[in-house]
Every structure is written in C-alpha cells, then in structure tokens.
Ligand binder design. Structure first.
Ligand SMILES: [Cu+2]
Length: 627
C-alpha cells in the first residue's frame, strides 16, 4: 500500500507539474508582505500551536496598481498567504506542535520544520491536499530558514511560482532582546537568470524598493538585524554611512554565534545562497541612509519587473530631481531615516582651512571608457601621462584622517551623476544618493551636466575605501566612474614603495567585450616590487555584480601566506588579523588590506576569478632585489 501511495504521489507530482497552468485567476487571495514582526501560532503553557498551509495567491511586489505574479506561499490557517512565510519565533526549549496542510494541486517538499541545528535531509513530502502533524523542540538559539519546493528542486533551482516559498525560523535564547528586525531576501525568478526570456523580481520582506518598508531610528539606539537569503543568488549587503558588527552566520540549518573577539566590523557583508547573518549597528548621524545589495542588478530598476521597466544599456536613466531615488533604484534596497535622539549631535566645527579637491568627470565619447576622471589637488598638481592606454578606473583620491576636506564633483559630462563615498563615515547629505540622502527638508541633488556638487567630509579613520557613481544604470559603473579612496594617517604620505592598490572591476573593454579588470585593464602589465619589503596591498572589489569574486596570490600556482590587516577600511583587531592563506572571497563593495613580503626574487601572481568569466585575470607581481 505504502508503495502504491508513493507511486501515486510521484505520478501526481509529474502530472500536475506538466499541467501547471498560470491562467489569470482574479479570485486568488492577495499575498501579504510580511514585515516579520509578528510571530505565527498560539502559545499555550509554553508550547506553540502552529497551523501552516501552502496556498496559491497573487503577489504585488510594488503596490496593487503595479505588476503582480501568481505564486505559491505559506499561510497561517485562516489568514492571508504571506511573503515571506509566517514568522516562526519561539524561546529556546519551546515545544512546537505544528500542522501543515497542502492546498495546492502539486506535491510539495518542505525543509527546515524541525529542531535546530537541523538535518538538511530531513524533508517532509506532502501530497496535494495532504495534512501532516509535527511535534518537535525548538532547539538552539539562532536564525534559521524553512522553505518548500513544488518541483522537487534544490532551493537555488526553484522556478517561478515556488521561488518565494520561504520563511524565517528564529529561536531566542532566554533573556535575549527580541526588538530586532528580520529581513528576508526574495527573488521571484523565471528561467536561468541572464538567459533570454528569464525574469527576476527582487524583494525584501515581500516588497521591492521603493515599496520596501522605511525604517526609522534615533541616534544612540542599538540596531540588531537578521538577514536571510533563501534565493538562487548570493548577495553583498551594504550599509551606508555606518559600520556594523557581524554577530554570527548560519546556513539555514545551523547557526554560529560569534564571540566578541570574532565579531568583525564591516560596511558590506557577503551572504551566500541559503545562508543568514546577524548584524548590530548604532546610528550616529541623522538623515537618510540605505541598506542594499551592492550587485547592480539587484538594486537598480533594471531588475525590477525587468521586462517592463528596464532602462536599456547605453541610455542612462533620465534625471528627475523629485523621483530619481525612486526611478533609478529598485529591488533589494531599504531606506533608513535616523532622527536626532536624546544625545545631541556635536555641531560641526567651523573649519578654518578645509582642504579642497576636485573630481572632474568628463565624456570620452565612443572611446574606452565612456568617462574620463581627473583629480585636481591645487597643492599637488599631477601631470597626467597621455601615453598610457585607457584604463577603466578613476585616479586615487587621498584624504587624511581628521582633516576636513571639500571634494568638488565637477560634472562636465553630458549625463547626470552622483558620487558615493563608500565606507566613509560622513553626514548624510554628502553620502551621494540623489533625491534620498540628506533629510526631508533637503536631499542630495543629482549632479546635472555642467554643474558641481561639493561633498564635505572629515574621515574619522584611515583605511581603504571607494568612491563610485551611485547613479543607477549599468553604464557609469561599467565605464570607469569609480576609483580608490585612501585615507592616510596625519603626516603619512602614500608610499608606493610599501603600499599598492588593486581595484577589481568590470567593464566593456573593446575589442574584448565585457571583461573582468584589475586596475582598469583586462590584461594588466606586470608590477615590479622589491624583495625584503613589507607591502600593504589594498584590494577593492567595485565590479558591478561579482559578489562571489575570489582573489589569490600564488607562487608557482600555490597560494602564499599573507596577513589580513583591515576589512572595509577598518583595521582588524589582533584576534582577527594574522597569517592566512592568500585565497579569499572579496565581495562587491568590500575592501581588504593585506600585508605581504617576498623574501626571494621571483614572480607572485595576483589572480582574480569569478565563475561567469572563463579565465581568471592575472597580474604578475615581479619581486626584484632592491638596489
Ligand atoms: Cu544581491
């Protein structure tokens, strides 16, 4: 009998999958965006009674006047279906009594509804119409995921209606604070992304920017977030204006809470497929800020309702002062407003002698790159070498820690732009998101052609940062509108004898086409360095979407040992720095500083690779004995 049941289930699965109809069905219930603030189920005598269903519904990633998709979603019995699924949140030790009912015409496999840490092969198979009962203990504290598939696919291979069948499962330790926020990344996707006919809609807690929830905090609060990624892609989550500490990471079934010593400062954190992380930060400056994925396609309107709203490459988004932040951005973006708190902000000191720099942006029509960048420092005029081949990279900008500086962004190009000072702790108005940063009274303008914008900053820490366009089309970032932003200690000079910068990016580099680049070149020339000299190598990933970029430094194909000393511009404390194998991930929007010394002459290859490019880009570092 059991055999027969199984056989029938499989037949049903195949049969209904083949006949899956996406006919317009106006009677479908609305899928509600889930802000993940209200735990599902009913607590009685310390036990949770949870009644879940799998249902079909109509999902509007924007508002109800916008586009929609008919999807499968988790629901609580008697309530609307939700994206993401109902929040399961209990105290450690809670007994959970759950029922789960499959109202779909398809069989479903459900993962993660069990005690944690959990076994990823512990799967529940529900035939159409079937209800199952579960009894289990909540397990260890942490951030976990539950999810389902109607195709039998792996989490990352789910397609269309089943792609948003995911929910958060939080287990709280006794006495732990629960006033945190949970952000579930979602991608509704059709086909293999990037291939013809494919489509993607990005969301956080069921909504796509500018319809994502707007968050509001007061200066001096402590903010704790949990970020979960049950999508087909990894992501690079970047916070504007502030550092956060990474509290722990997990793979959906297991969660590892870091000790105080292990918690790293970051402005960008990589999150792998099926993974989670927790972060804590403190808003220190008022104004509008962003938390977003740094992959261009996940945060620009090119990916949101992709086929209808996408600006086409070669045509930067039109400038509209009132709506540019709404128009250009989309997808995995959350807006944050920090309000003045009980602690008053120190009033900016009226600087008598601010340092003044100019970043001049001009067109380079029909050439590589489409934009030319020049840095003018009246104190140190730099003669540009006209003979070097064009590099898809702006010149470095050097600042000094604690020195008040004005950078005039002078736009001589024929397109509007705006520059973001990535990783720098500065006032919101100068942070560089047109129409958004600043405050309700005065937001940062786009820098229209023929105009200038003066960005003011007094960088509080020395380290490796990035300046880059925050104009949300894929033209500027693929055409060199970025460069290294290096903050030195007072009195320190940038000394190439001990200090080198390597920028990893992507761009159209004719005649080769779309290339992975090191310092703006697809085939960079060897760099000569000296033996017995300790170098600081500054590594920057400002590709348009390589969240999974890897960097290696090898000697005869074997990774050397180097010392990682800083991430995202923040020095690593002794417990986190130390000798490491020179083979690591560096996600987009992230920087690492490493130290390396070659004791004997020879070549070490600095190599970057990313799976969608067939070959790595290699930059030979030629170590010679100093004369
Ligand atoms: Cu992303």
């Amino acid at each position: 009998m059991q055999h027969l049941g199984c056989f029938v289930s499989v037949l049903l699965l195949l049969f209904s999958a083949a006949l899956e109809i996406h006919a317009e069905n106006p009677a479908l219930p609305l899928v509600m965006a889930n802000d993940n603030r209200t735990a599902a189920g009913r607590l009685e005598n310390g036990a949770l009674d949870l009644r879940l269903e799998l249902r079909q519904g109509r999902w509007y990633p924007e508002d109800e006047n916008g586009d929609h998709r008919d999807i499968y979603a988790f629901a609580e019995e008697g309530h609307a279906p939700q994206s993401s699924g109902p929040l399961i949140r209990v105290l450690q030790g809670t007994q959970i009594h759950a029922t789960i009912h499959n109202t779909l015409a398809l069989a479903a496999k459900i993962y993660g509804l069990h005690r944690h840490p959990g076994d990823p092969t512990d799967v529940l198979l529900l035939a159409p119409g079937e209800t199952r009962e579960l009894n289990f203990l909540a397990g260890e504290p942490g951030t976990y995921l539950y999810w389902a598939t109607t195709s039998g696919n792996l989490q990352e291979l789910r397609d269309q209606a089943e792609t948003l069948l995911s929910g958060a499962f939080i287990v709280d330790a006794h006495g732990a604070k629960t006033d945190d926020r949970i952000f579930m990344i979602g991608i509704w996707n059709k086909g293999i992304p990037g291939t013809p006919g494919s489509d993607e809609i990005l969301s956080i807690n069921g909504k796509s920017w500018p319809y994502t929830e707007r968050l509001s905090y007061k200066i001096g609060e402590t903010v704790h977030w949990r970020v979960l990624n049950p999508t087909w892609s990894d992501h690079a989550m970047h916070l504007h204006g502030f550092y956060f500490k990474v509290d722990g990471v997990g793979d959906g079934e297991h969660y590892e809470r870091y000790s105080e010593e292990q918690r790293q400062l970051a402005v960008t954190e990589h999150i792998d497929i099926g993974h989670v992380f927790e972060m804590t930060w403190a808003p220190e400056r008022a104004g509008n800020w962003l938390f977003h994925c740094h992959m261009m396609l996940h945060m620009s309107s090119t990916a949101v309702l992709a086929n209808s709203l996408a600006p086409k490459e070669g045509k930067p988004a039109d400038y509209s002062s009132a709506h540019d932040h709404n128009k250009g951005m989309g997808g995995l973006v959350i807006g944050i407003t920090v309000l003045p708190g009980a602690k008053t902000q120190p009033s900016p000191v009226a600087a008598t002698a601010r340092r003044k720099l100019q970043l001049v942006i001009s067109d380079n029509p029909g050439k590589v790159p489409l934009y030319n960048l020049e840095v003018n420092d009246p104190l140190k005029p730099i003669a540009t070498d006209k003979n070097t081949p064009a590099s898809l990279l702006g010149p470095p900008i050097f600042l000094t820690r604690g020195e008040a500086t004005d950078i005039e962004v002078k736009n001589q190009s024929s397109n509007p732009t705006v520059i973001h000072w990535h990783g720098i702790e500065l006032e919101s108005y100068y942070d560089g998101v047109a129409g958004w940063t600043g405050s309700g009274q005065q937001t940062s303008p786009a820098v229209a052609p023929g105009t200038s914008f003066i960005a003011r900053m007094t960088p509080p820490r020395a380290g490796t940062f990035i300046y880059h366009t925050h104009w949300h089309d894929d033209v500027q970032l693929r055409n060199g509108l970025y460069g290294p932003l290096i903050v030195l200690e007072p009195g320190q000079k940038y000394d190439p004898e001990h200090d080198r910068t390597f920028v990893f990016s992507m761009g159209k580099y004719d005649p080769f086409g779309f290339m992975l680049l090191v310092n703006g070149y697809p085939q960079p020339d060897p760099v000569e360095l000296h033996t017995a000299t300790r170098y600081r190598l500054r590594l920057i990933n400002i590709t348009d979407g390589a969240a999974d970029l890897r960097v290696r430094l090898t000697n005869k194909g074997v990774p050397v040992q180097w010392k990682v000393i800083a991430k995202d511009g923040a020095d690593l404390p002794p417990a986190q720095s130390g000798l490491a194998t020179a083979d690591m991930g560096i996600t987009v929007g992230s920087t690492y500083d490493v130290e390396y010394q070659a004791d004997s002459p020879g070549i070490a290859d600095l190599e970057i690779r990313q799976p969608s490019f067939p070959t790595p880009v290699t930059l030979p570092l030629q170590f010679v004995v100093a004369k």
